[in-house]
Design a protein around this ligand. Structure first.
Ligand code: ATP
Ligand code: MG
Length: 402
């Protein structure tokens, strides 16, 4: 039997979950196992089971390569590797490392054995590395290069078992979905807000996207971008996300007819936050996520953010507040939301020529004056569409998602 038929599992590694106390770690591991199962289902990868094995989370699957790629898209996962897991002692481990070397090396590829050992044994991990290295060399003639090898062969001995692997897929890290509650994410159709939502998803939050549709002051292109970026986030969610599209045109019209023109962007954001807070109430969310970066545009100065925050009592999380635009763009590209966020679209047509950058709360309140805030919120939410976005089938792993 060739080695590839024996590649019968996937080692799933996590970082932060492992730092928790035993009790919390157990709970997070269980959650992680569930999320890995969901990711495999979402990507159409069949598997026997996901479980703890030799002190690790392991997926047993027919196609460990596909399973490793799919598992590497789960929040909480640091990296994954297709592995061969065997019950074996020292000699068996050395022999198997030699066979693995034969499979992946030839005389011109350099290699290194990386060994680890957990449990009580009468040999050290150095012994494993030395003996396995000699065995691989004997079988293949490949040169050892410990500092910059072409191929690394990992041998992990845990109790009476050994795990062998050569490949590693990077995961997003963070914490498993559902370990940090539920938050509303304000998604605008721009580059920043989907990145902000993703960063909080990576920290384990479940996210309910909300888009405020300013039609007729924006057109369908803006909405299209927001929907496309939510669909991208749904891929990371491994399933559709219940999302809200809330009409915002009437509110914006009222704001334009009402108060101080230079404050419109601030009062507009305040109304958006209030809508999001209403959605949070309905959905049982404990905070809001927005994509502001300090000083990026007029509505995002420290002073204006203070006035915007004051509108709501829920905490507003802004994970990209300290990032430069280029860093946010880089992240948008790596998580796959950039293209959705840069489809051609028209901007808001009523942005003031000289927006206030140093709003005072008194002025903002005065500007909102007799505005029927509750009435506007009621109307907006009555007109909300609640849609499961991203319900289409996922691309098979390894296929170009485009
Ligand atoms: P982005 O790049 O995320 O679109 P932006 O730089 O255009 O944001 P603003 O328009 O000031 O910035 O918006 C600040 C934040 O307010 C956004 O990141 C988003 O979270 C929220 N927001 C703005 N417009 C909308 C909208 N139409 N629907 C939902 N949320 C919005
Ligand atoms: Mg922005």
């Amino acid at each position: 039997m060739g080695l590839s038929e024996e590649l019968n599992g996937v080692l799933v590694r996590y970082d932060e979950v492992g730092l928790k106390s035993n009790r919390v770690r157990r709970r997070f591991e269980n959650l992680l196992i569930r999320r890995v199962e969901e990711a495999l289902d979402y990507h159409g990868v069949s598997f026997d089971r996901v479980c703890r094995y030799a002190g690790r989370v392991v997926v047993f699957a027919e196609e460990p390569g596909d399973a490793a790629r799919a598992s590497a898209s789960v929040f909480g996962v640091a990296s994954t590797s297709p592995v061969v897991a065997r019950e074996t002692g020292f000699d068996g481990a050395i022999e198997f490392a030699g066979r693995m070397g034969e499979e992946v090396l030839d005389a011109s590829t350099s290699f290194a054995i990386r060994s680890r050992r957990v449990g009580k044994h009468d040999f050290t991990s150095m012994d494993v590395a030395r003996e396995a290295g000699a065995e691989v060399q004997r079988r293949t003639g490949a040169p050892v290069d410990l500092s910059g090898p072409d191929v690394e062969i990992f041998v992990e001995v845990r109790g009476g078992r050994a795990l062998f692997f050569t490949e590693r897929f990077d995961g997003p890290g963070g914490l498993p979905k559902g370990s940090q509650g539920k938050l509303v994410a304000l998604i605008s159709g721009g580059i920043d807000s989907p990145v902000a939502a993703w960063l909080m998803m990576r920290r384990g939050a479940e996210v309910v996207p909300v888009f405020l549709d300013s039609d007729p002051f924006t057109d369908a292109t803006t909405r299209g971008r927001a929907v496309s970026s939510i669909e991208k986030l749904a891929e990371w969610n491994h399933g559709p996300m219940r999302s809200y599209v809330v009409p915002h045109g009437k509110t914006l019209e009222a704001l334009l007819n009402h108060g101080e023109c230079s404050l419109t962007c601030v009062t507009c954001r305040r109304m958006m936050y209030l809508v999001a807070e209403r959605v949070a109430e309905v959905e049982g969310c404990d905070g809001l996520i927005t994509g502001e970066s300090l000083g990026q545009v007029a509505s995002q100065t420290y002073r204006n953010l203070r006035a915007e925050d004051e509108a709501v009592s829920l905490p507003v999380y802004r994970p990209v507040i300290g990032l430069d635009k280029l860093e946010i763009v880089g992240r948008a590209k790596s998580i796959g939301t950039f293209d959705a966020s840069t489809e051609p679209a028209t901007c808001c047509t009523v942005t003031p020529h000289h927006p206030e950058t140093y709003a005072s709360l008194d002025e903002v309140r005065e500007s909102e004056g007799e505005l029927d805030v509750e009435g506007l919120l009621d109307t907006a939410l009555d007109g909300a569409e609640v849609v499961d976005m991203g319900a289409r089938t996922a691309a098979a792993v390894g296929e170009d998602p485009g």
